[in-house]
Structure formats: structure tokens, C-alpha cells
Design a protein around this ligand. Structure first.
Ligand code: ZN
Length: 634
């Protein structure tokens, strides 16, 4: 995260945290017949015995010593010694070893904390590992800065030399990022400031929302946390959804001034940072990290906005099922049919294993091992972090999957999404540490592609009519949430960024910009109540990872095209897919995607992806017509 902003220093070990979406609660009448062991907790003992394992402290100490030794050997000598390709390769190998040393205990600490956010041992361990990470970052940051001083021509020659070829992608990344590097003292200050500014505001956001208690309208009901309340927006009972919607926004109301202040400060922070680094567009930093030009992202957003009408068509269909012209906001996630369907964990696991086996043997092996090795934490326990993620720490890069699985279709798709990341990381594990991390655009494409495969697999296994309909609806709602909705969020952030350049943001401006950007998508077909003006508070990405929501737009559009090609071309295309995912970050996304026939610059793939989506929509419209189905009665 913010890899580019810290002069290619080590990010938070590539932990991928997805935006939590309202998950659908299971109704009692859902087809849940399969009785067997529930969702598992993971087994992290392949990394360390427990959070108090002395090997962790010893590895953290060794990471610090290795970074000090690296600095001692190379500081001030990079330009002179690295012109020799063999020497440059030696330096890069040593740098890679330093990074791998810290990423293992840090990765473990992050996994432990995610599974137990309230545990004292987990928090202490994470605090200790983060502290060592910051120290290691400061020790190593001189290296990319001094490499950059060698100039793009020399670095390009080095990247092409056989001795350094393995590290070519890393060197080319330095060439791209070099214009944004600051002097070392300023980079050190930026690292310090990240802790007291960005990180602190993120934590403030998490603490504020974590402390919210939502009133339970039922008499005698206990107040509930926000994730549970958001889950109720997918309840089959309309009164329950409506009450949850009302109570969530009531609970948010008192913290709006603080949240507006946090968003204003974070937006200001991004502007100051971008200006210090000479970025022209607010999207430049994230675009550079993703290997895509900011201008192309803007073009993509325009193209997506021109197709918002497809989402409108779906919203109208759902509104009609409610007997209304416009869909109520609290019914956006309502299940189609009499009750919400789902699947117990064991059935979901077997279905995902079959999904992978149908694509390629390497996928089959990757998915079976995640489950069989106990590298998945899916039990919906109190104290766990929200959302889902997949993380593959060095040295083996075995992926660990995290989520809270309650059995809904939405959870099944989240599980499929994270397993998709796990397949990608397993295939890319052969890449060396400096080039393991791929562009997030390709990573998200891998994950959403597996969601599409899993959905198809379930439907093909003879799902009953109501389940089939809910699966088809989930696929459409997923596309709208990932493509249209993330475009709205990016446009909203750009509006805040423009305004903050001339004046501080207050709650009124933020609310106005929020409603304006949302009305472009929802205006004609979804009723936006006044309370929704505070909906921005419920989007963690705005606070956690500013201006990166567009990554999901690319990921979903690319995956739709890959999905169609896979169905059209079968095993031949699966081999090309494997090559794409095995490459990890060893080439630019545009070059990698050319290998599967996608021209990232030309944007023709966007039209093709919308054709696929329109096909999903037409299939669903036919299903609705044939069944005469409505949605759950309000
Ligand atoms: Zn993802």
C-alpha cells in the first residue's frame, strides 16, 4: 500500500482488504440442508507457533540487522558499483532478502490481528512488527533513491542485461517512479508523517465506526455493531431492512462532523503529498503504482458513466417486482424470491474445488491446498476484522484466506473472490520477492474471474429456480457494485480533491457532492432518502486507501472479458490465463494483458465487458418474466 509514495519501500506486505459489502443474512427457510462442520479457523503454525513464539522476535531482530548490514554495504556506493550488472544483481538479491525477512513476521502479525482485533497479544505483536517495519523502511529507502540517480538510460540497460533480467521489472518500476522521489531526508519525514497522519486517521475512522452501536428496534433487543446491522440490509423481511437502514443512519449522525474533518484532513494530506512529488492529477500516485496512466482511468470512468443506464434497467426491474416505479434505497440488497438462499461452508468448499478443477489442474491443486492445509479463517466470530482478504507471506508465498462466512450467497461470492486471489498468488509464487506483487488491476481481475466461474458452476449444478434467480441477481448486483458504484466513488473523491484545492471541506459540501455523484447512477430509478447524504461514512476505502476504487472497475471489466474468452475457447485459453497469473508482477499489466488479447490502452475491452454484462442482464430479465417472481414481500 502506498508503495509509490514511500519511494518503493515495503508496503504492508500486500495485504488485500476488500471493501466490506452488506452481507445477506440467512433466512431460516433458506435451503441449508447440509449438516457438517461449520466454517473453520485457520492454522498459522506453518508460520510461527503462536504470537509469543520467540522465533518471531528473533526474525524481527534479524530483519533489522540485515537491513543495517545492507545499508552499511551499499549506501553511497550504489551509483559507482551498480553500473556493473553482476554487482547490481548482487545488491538486488540482498535487498530482496532484507524485504523477505521482515515480511514474514509482519505478515504473521497482520493475520493474527485480523483474526483477533481485541486481543492484547495480537495488538502488541502487530505494534512491534510495524515498528520494525518502519525502521527497516528507513534503512532501505536510500537504495531506490540512489539507483534512480543513475538515470533512466543506465537503469534500462541494466534491466535488459542477462545478469539482472530477473529484476528487470523492479528496475523499470524505479525508472517510472523516479520523478516522484524526494530527497532521502524528506522521504524519512514522509514515512514518519504517514504514522501520525494517514495511519492515525485511518485508525480513528476504524475506532469510531467500531464503537458505533445500532439500536435494535425489536422490543428487548440488544444494540448491535455496524457489520451486523449492515448485514440486515439483505434480510428477506422488508420491515427489518427498513428499520436497519433507518437505525444505521441515526447512529451515524452524531459522528458526521468528526468524519467530515477526518476526510478533509486526509484529502488535504493527499494533495500536499502529490504536490511535493510533482504529480499533476490526483490519480497520478495510484495510477503509477498500478501501472496505468491517469488519463486512461479518466477515459474509463467516462465510458462507464455512459453505461449507467444498464444498472438503471436492473433497478427498474427490481422496483417493478416491489410494485413501484423507483426502488427504495433500503431494498437495493433485498433478496429475490421468498427468502434468502445460501450454502453451508462444506458445500461451498466442494463447489469451489469443482470450479477450480474445471479450469485447470494447477487451479485445482491451489484451491484444494488452501482448504486442506487449514489456510482459511472463515468462522464468523466476534472480534474479527470486517471484510475479506487474501495474503501470501514469504518465503513460500502460501496464501491465507480470511472472511466471516455466514452462509449467504454474498458470502459464497466473497469466499470465491478471495480464493481467486489465492489461486493467483499460488501461480505467481515462482516469481522472486521483488517482482511477486502484480498490478492490483490484474489481481482484482483474477479474483472476480473466479467469482464468475463459481457462480456459473453453482448454477450448472442444477440450482432450484429461486436459488438460480438469486445467483443471477447476485452476479448482476456484483457487477453494478464493482463497476458502476466504484466509478461513482472515484468521481466523488475527485470532486472532493478539486474542492479541497481551494477551500477546506465541510460536511455540507461532502454531503452535496455525495448526493450529486450518486444521483448520476441512482437518480431515475432508486429513491435516495435524505439520510443517505451521509452514506460516504460507510465507505472504508475513502479513509483507508484514497483514490484507488477505480482498480476494482478495471478488475471486473477485465474479468468479464476473460470469462467470455474462457467459455468460447476452453482449455486453450486456460493455458494463456495461467501464463498471465504466473507472471505476478514480472511485467507491466498492459504487456501481461496483451497475452490474453486485451488492449488495456485501447479500452476496446470495456465495450466487450459491457456486452457480457448485458447478456447477464437479458438472461435475468427472461428469468423474471418466465417465473413471474417478485421479491420478498415488504
Ligand atoms: Zn480482491
Amino acid at each position: 500500500m502506498q508503495r509509490v509514495k514511500t519511494a518503493d519501500s515495503i508496503g504492508r506486505a500486500g495485504l488485500r482488504v476488500e471493501e466490506p459489502m452488506p452481507s445477506r443474512g440467512l433466512s431460516r427457510d433458506g435451503p441449508m440442508g447440509d449438516r457438517e462442520a461449520g466454517p473453520p479457523r485457520w492454522d498459522l503454525s506453518a508460520l510461527y507457533e503462536n504470537p509469543l513464539d520467540p522465533a518471531i522476535e528473533s526474525d524481527l531482530g534479524a530483519a533489522l540487522i540485515a537491513a543495517e548490514a545492507f545499508r552499511h554495504s551499499w549506501e553511497g556506493r550504489v551509483q559507482e558499483r551498480c553500473v556493473e550488472p553482476a554487482e547490481a544483481a548482487r545488491a538486488l538479491e540482498a535487498l530482496e532478502a532484507c524485504r523477505e525477512r521482515i515480511l514474514r513476521p509482519l505478515g504473521y502479525a497482520m493475520l493474527v490481528l485480523a483474526a483477533d482485533t481485541q486481543g492484547a497479544a495480537a495488538r502488541t505483536l502487530y505494534g512491534r512488527a510495524s515498528g520494525v517495519l518502519e525502521a527497516v523502511k528507513k534503512l532501505l529507502i536510500f537504495f531506490p533513491l540512489q539507483l534512480a540517480r543513475m538515470g533512466p538510460g543506465t537503469l534500462a540497460d541494466l534491466a535488459a542485461h542477462p545478469a539482472c533480467r530477473e529484476y528487470g521489472p523492479y528496475l523499470r518500476r524505479i525508472i517510472r517512479q523516479a520523478p516522484a522521489f524526494l530527497p532521502e531526508a524528506a522521504e524519512h519525514l514522509a514515512l514518519d508523517r504517514d504514522l501520525t497522519a494517514r495511519e492515525a486517521w485511518r485508525l480513528f475512522y476504524d475506532m469510531t465506526l467500531g464503537a458505533l452501536r445500532i439500536r435494535e428496534p425489536r422490543r428487548g433487543g440488544r444494540p448491535i455493531g455496524l457489520p451486523e446491522a449492515l448485514g440486515r440490509l439483505g434480510a428477506a423481511d422488508g420491515r427489518r431492512r427498513k428499520a436497519a437502514f433507518h437505525e444505521i443512519y441515526q447512529a451515524l449522525d452524531p459522528c458526521i462532523p468528526q468524519m467530515a474533518f477526518a476526510l478533509d484532513t486526509l484529502t488535504h494530506h493527499e494533495i500536499l503529498d502529490a504536490s511535493a512529488r510533482g504529480f499533476g492529477s490526483p490519480l497520478d500516485a495510484a495510477a503509477l503504482a498500478g501501472g496505468i496512466e491517469a488519463e486512461k482511468i479518466s477515459e474509463l470512468l467516462d465510458l462507464v458513466e455512459s453505461r449507467y443506464s444498464l444498472a438503471t434497467r436492473y433497478f427498474r426491474l427490481k422496483a417493478a417486482a416491489f410494485g413501484s416505479a423507483r426502488l427504495a434505497m433500503e431494498d437495493l440488497a433485498a433478496p429475490w424470491g421468498r427468502g434468502a438462499c445460501g450454502a453451508p461452508f462444506g458445500a461451498a468448499r466442494r463447489r469451489l474445488e469443482r470450479t477450480a478443477a474445471a479450469v485447470a489442474p494447477a487451479w485445482d491443486e491451489a484451491v484444494r491446498r488452501v482448504f486442506a492445509d487449514g489456510r482459511i479463517d472463515a468462522a464468523p466470530e466476534a472480534g474479527k476484522q470486517g471484510g475479506g482478504f487474501c495474503h501470501a507471506p514469504p518465503p513460500q508465498r502460501l496464501p491465507y484466506v480470511f472472511l466471516s462466512y455466514t452462509g449467504s450467497i454474498r458470502d459464497f461470492l466473497t469466499l470465491a473472490h478471495e480464493i481467486g486471489h489465492a489461486v493467483h498468488y499460488t501461480l505467481a509464487a515462482r516469481q522472486s520477492g521483488l517482482v511477486f506483487d502484480g498490478s492490483r488491476v490484474v489481481e482484482e481481475a483474477a479474483a472476480t474471474l473466479f467469482e464468475l466461474f463459481a457462480c456459473r458452476q453453482w448454477a450448472a449444478e442444477g440450482a432450484p429456480a429461486e436459488l438460480g434467480m438469486q445467483l443471477a441477481a447476485a452476479r448482476i448486483e456484483g457487477f453494478v457494485a464493482t463497476v458502476m458504484r466504484q466509478s461513482v466513488l472515484t468521481r466523488f473523491e475527485l470532486a472532493l480533491n478539486r474542492r479541497r484545492r481551494v477551500s477546506p471541506l465541510d460536511a455540507d459540501f461532502i454531503r452535496g457532492a455525495w448526493m450529486e455523484e450518486n444521483s448520476r447512477l441512482y437518480g431515475d430509478s432508486v429513491e435516495m432518502p435524505g439520510a443517505y447524504r451521509d452514506g460516504w461514512v460507510l465507505v472504508p476505502h475513502l479513509f483507508h486507501r484514497p483514490l484507488t476504487c477505480w482498480v476494482y472497475v478495471y478488475g471486473q471489466l477485465i474479468s468479464a472479458v476473460l470469462y467470455r474468452r474462457c467459455l468460447d475457447e476452453g482449455a486453450r485459453f486456460a493455458a494463456r490465463l495461467n501464463r498471465l497469473f504466473e507472471a505476478g508482477g514480472s511485467a507491466e499489466p498492459a504487456a501481461l494483458l496483451r497475452g490474453v488479447g486485451i488492449d488495456l490502452d485501447g479500452l476496446a475491452f470495456v465495450g466487450e465487458a459491457f456486452e457480457v454484462f448485458e447478456g447477464f442482464l437479458e438472461d435475468f430479465e427472461r428469468m423474471v418474466q418466465d417465473s413471474g417472481a417478485g421479491v420478498a414481500a415488504p
